[in-house]
Design a protein around this ligand. Structure first.
Ligand code: GLV
Ligand code: MN
Ligand code: MN
Ligand code: MN
Length: 427
């Protein structure tokens, strides 16, 4: 079937919204926290269940399934010209503690449904189409965001790092992966994709911000993804008895952490741009007893910007503050580690155009926008032209249980994704 014929039969692009909603709900039941929250951590039992669920759906849709050494899952619909670089789509199904059921999931289940939509409309791909479920987009377990896509994109640095990475319980990355059934995990370099492996990568995702809903716009077409960075900091003091040690004698590691958290906010606010953000999402005190002065503190800092240099200058200032706080308070800065400091990524013009004309042909309102959240697309951009399709979500809520997107908005996103993939497959 030729493109013109396919484009003429647009009205036959029908999403099975009921089944898709059922799948989203079913997947959300694989969770280590009570509904409506979702907690699904890399290589946990629930993560393994979710992987099996996705592989089954891929197979039911007639895709041939492959898993790499760390569990990135690929479902392929072979095109009529399989020697051409395929087009890919996908997202993640891991979920941070006490989050919602749409982040990532919409881009995996929605991608499989986009394939079903195209199959039902008798579309025949020229370039093969790959649906990808990425391993651990969230940094929860090993502190590394976009672990799967980062490694796919060929990060040798990450491969080296993973050889000695452990989680908060001192379980090694390799051990955890093997427990989940990935016995070849040590062959990390087999995961790398060569540049040009795909002719395009498109990720469907909830916006995780309020703009589309506020403006009653159906589709967001992402032009760029902001640059994320994360930092781990440890302070050490001498601790002691909360009653007996007088204030002038103290070097409280907890107060050093508190001060640094406020310094992060200050440096971010002073950047001069609303696009600079910073968050201290982890702040731990040791020994964590009400009547003991904290002898150790641990912070994890997330900071992002669409302007990489401005973000980097915030990182420099955070470091200066950590040093001066430690000096002034007589605590030791025992660790200051930049875990990742990634550049932003730009979407590919041709993919933006394809998503725009798909939206127009489907008579859906759309706007171009940046992504402030990061996504696997940030790393796929290193090996493939990249694009993203956003759909509205309730009040922009995400990373919390109240996260919600209507099935109508999801279905619109799936249609735009399906048509965009179809165009890219034929190009
Ligand atoms: C992804 O979950 C992010 O933190 O942007
Ligand atoms: Mn997320
Ligand atoms: Mn996500
Ligand atoms: Mn640490």
């Amino acid at each position: 079937i030729h493109e013109s014929h396919f484009l003429n039969s647009l009205s036959s692009l029908s999403v099975d919204a009921e089944t898709l909603q059922k799948q989203i709900d079913e997947l959300s039941s694989f969770s280590d926290s009570p509904a409506p929250s979702v907690t699904r951590i890399l290589y946990s039992e629930k993560d393994v269940l979710s992987r099996r669920y996705i592989k089954n759906l891929m197979e039911a849709s007639g895709l041939s399934v492959r898993e790499d050494a760390i569990g990135n899952i690929f479902g392929r619909w072979t095109g009529s010209e399989p020697e051409l670089a395929p087009v890919s789509t996908g997202s993640h199904t891991d979920a941070i503690p006490y989050s919602g059921k749409y982040d990532g999931v919409v881009g995996v289940l929605g991608a499989i449904e986009a394939i079903n939509v195209l199959k039902r409309s008798s579309f025949k791909p020229k370039r093969s189409l790959d649906v990808i479920m990425f391993t651990s987009e969230e940094p929860t377990r090993f502190g590394i965001g976009c672990l799967g896509s980062r490694l796919l994109a060929g990060s040798k640095e990450l491969a080296q790092q993973l050889e000695k990475t452990v989680d908060g319980q001192n379980v090694s990355f390799f051990y955890a992966a093997k427990s989940a059934g990935y016995m070849n995990v040590e062959k990390l370099s087999t995961v790398f994709l060569e540049k040009g492996s795909y002719s395009a990568f498109v990720e469907l995702h909830i916006e995780q911000g309020p703009i589309l809903e506020e403006e009653a716009t159906s589709i967001g077409i992402v032009t760029a993804i902001a640059a994320p960075a994360s930092i781990k900091v440890d302070f050490e003091g001498t601790g002691g008895h909360a009653g007996a040690v007088l204030m002038p004698k103290r070097n409280d590691a907890g107060l050093a952490a508190a001060e640094l958290a406020l310094a992060v906010e200050k440096h971010v606010l002073e950047s001069g741009s609303i696009d600079t953000v910073g968050t201290v999402g982890i702040l731990e005190l040791h020994p964590g007893a009400i009547n003991s002065i904290p002898s150790k503190s641990h912070l994890e800092i997330d900071t992002r910007d669409i302007d990489e240099e401005r973000r980097n200058s915030v990182i420099d200032k955070i470091y200066e503050s950590a040093l001066s706080i430690s000096k002034r308070r007589g605590v030791k800065l025992s660790e200051y580690k930049i875990v990742n400091q990634d550049p932003p990524a730009l979407s590919d013009e041709l993919i933006i155009k394809a998503a725009e004309s798909a939206s127009q042909e489907l008579e859906l309102t759309y706007k171009k926008m940046i992504s402030r959240a990061y996504h696997d697309a940030l790393f796929m951009a290193r090996v493939s032209p990249m694009g993203m399709i956003f759909i509205p979500c309730y009040k922009g809520y995400s990373h919390k249980p109240e996260e919600f997107a209507t099935i109508d908005h999801i279905a619109d996103g799936v249609k735009v994704l399906a048509l965009t993939l179809a165009k890219l497959s034929l190009s």
